[in-house]
Design a protein around this ligand. Structure first.
Ligand code: SF4
Ligand code: SF4
Length: 112
């Protein structure tokens, strides 16, 4: 599958919100909302809110991603991704993502 690398290094191409948006697939929106409600203990996530073109793409963002601290930091510093940041190794903001999804670090390195 293609890679659409987010500021943090996650691959938005594999994200159900992006897939549902590109396919305009309401069944996948509903299933994703249900899954994320449980996963993130966030009952407020509705199928209608599951719309996102990807972290660094033009277009609609899922609510969390539009206020994401990592994305905001990258934009404020004028980078494309955390991979351009000399502070990445010791950065506590992006550390949580990289701890849970180490592959994200490799995705960033491959962009440079
Ligand atoms: S930015 Fe959008 S596509 Fe990327 S992980 Fe977040 S919700 Fe998914
Ligand atoms: S300080 Fe952290 S979150 Fe901000 S751009 Fe650098 S690595 Fe990314």
């Amino acid at each position: 599958m293609e890679k659409v690398i987010a500021c943090c290094g996650l691959n938005c191409a594999t994200c159900d919100a992006r897939i549902a948006t590109l396919q305009n697939n309401d069944d996948l929106r509903r299933a994703t909302a249900e899954k994320w409600q449980k996963m993130y203990n966030a009952p407020g996530i509705t199928a209608e809110s599951v719309n996102c073109t990807g972290c660094r793409m033009d277009g609609v963002k899922f609510s969390h991603c539009s206020v994401c601290e990592i994305r905001n930091c990258v934009q404020k510093k004028g980078y494309q991704t955390c991979g351009e940041c000399p502070e990445m190794e010791g950065c506590e903001i992006v550390a949580m993502v990289h701890k849970h999804v180490p592959e994200a670090i490799g995705n960033l390195k491959n962009l440079n």
